[in-house]
Write a protein that binds this ligand. Sequence first.
Ligand SMILES: O=P(O)(O)OC[C@H]1O[C@H](OP(=O)(O)OP(=O)(O)O)[C@H](O)[C@@H]1O
Ligand SMILES: NC(=O)CC[C@H](N)C(=O)O
Ligand code: SF4
Ligand SMILES: [Mg+2]
Length: 486
Amino acid sequence: MLTTNPLDDDKLHEECGIFGVYGSDGAAALVALGLHALQHRGQEAAGITSYDGHDFHTHRATGHVAGNFDRDDVIGSLRGQIACGHVRYATTGDTALRNVQPLYAELASGGFAIAHNGNLSNAMRLRRDLVRRGSIFQSTSDTETIIHLVATSSYRTFVDKFIDALKQVEGAYSLIVMTPEGMIACRDPLGIRPLVMGKLGESIIFASETVALDVVGAEFIRSVEPGELVIVKGLEDITSHRPFAPVAPRPCIFEYVYFSRPDSISEERSVYSVRKEIGAQLAIEAPVDADLVIPVPDSGVPAAIGYAQQSGIPFELGIIRSHYVGRTFIQPGDKVRHLGVKLKHNANRALIKGKRVVLIDDSIVRGTTSLKIVQMMREAGAAEVHMRIASPPTRHSCFYGVDTPERAKLLAAKLDVPGMSEFIHADSLAFVSIDGLYKALGEPRRADIRPSHCDACFTGDYPTTLTDQDEAVSIDQFAMLAERVG
Ligand SMILES: O=P(O)(O)OC[C@H]1O[C@H](OP(=O)(O)OP(=O)(O)O)[C@H](O)[C@@H]1O
Ligand SMILES: NC(=O)CC[C@H](N)C(=O)O
Ligand code: SF4
Ligand SMILES: [Mg+2]
């Protein structure tokens, strides 16, 4: 196989974060700060590329931003007033250094650096065609297909070549691109992954989330719109282009549930407020008689506050988390993931003993966290343990930049809600409905036709074609058929 199929990957990853600076002294140092604020989006690798008006400079490494980009010699080598960076969790291609972004190539038009958040759902198909026509790939990442499509485009100008490339890819992409001409920031026509634009003094900033603008003291200007290309050739030369046929946007609803930081503003909504509202909806839809509302830290906290406020049940910190353990959701390997959950959370025993508790978490993926936490509450002497989840059951894989496990490993794809409740040994389990989730976004319910967001991991309603996935399925079916016939 040419690239890693997300379905072959046993790991549960998150997604990526991107950050770009145009027109500031020490641009790379700002990018390092911005990436640090986006670290929750990808902890596997980080990279920065800068341009000094003559040469491009790149440093890429596996691991976190801190430890790789807090050294003066590294930041000092990334010279120039233009820079972009990336924090990665792989969705296509392994975790090797060759796949760490920004990817860079020397094209006929000059240097080309690209940072990508998202995942292309026809990358394998495009890659096969490109390789057949003579392209020599340096990585196994889906992002590299964009470079080859630009390199081989028959259009004349760089921007036209770039647009030509984007018109051939399907799936999700928020991109920051650097060339000797300047910087381009763009989002796929559905705007599946986020991207915002800000200003710091005279310089222009692009970032996956507004928290990364906050960290450098930049002012939020606006989102890069779905299907929009913002081209920055100079501080007085910023243009907006919309080369795609307009379609109704479908940004990822899971950004509100889990991925984005709660202090980010997404589509003019506070992520924190939406999470609290989901918790309130959950309390309306799935009330329970209990003594305490307890959040599963970290991302269950705002929903638990909403649940407590709506239900009138006191909110207490019944689980304390260690701040020295990363997100378990994105730890590779089952063993590490289990260990991570034990290391990360501990029951606040004095509070729990003899109490009927309602635990609030944002999602159940494999069920690892819920199983451990329920057991932990029982060991701490809880009289009853009820679990409430601030998203609908996650029944489908994501092909748009979030490395959810294959369907067979999603607890909700294997069991119904009573079965899941039994699996995690809870006294009761309930999820917010899909309409409840949309209500928390201020809509009356999920629209049957063209809902306002991508919610495919809950509904299976994928907003794009999934060429690689469909081809993989048909290859499997063919193999099964051949086996039977043979
Ligand atoms: O069912 P599972 O496979 O265990 O996955 C679901 C859990 O993973 C996430 O938390 P995570 O520990 O990643 O990070 P958080 O601290 O941001 O909540 C999510 O918030 C759930 O708690
Ligand atoms: N999670 C992401 O957004 C990853 C970007 C890209 N698909 C990669 O695997 O590098
Ligand atoms: S499938 Fe789920 S996680 Fe993936 S883009 Fe859609 S809503 Fe987001
Ligand atoms: Mg969690």
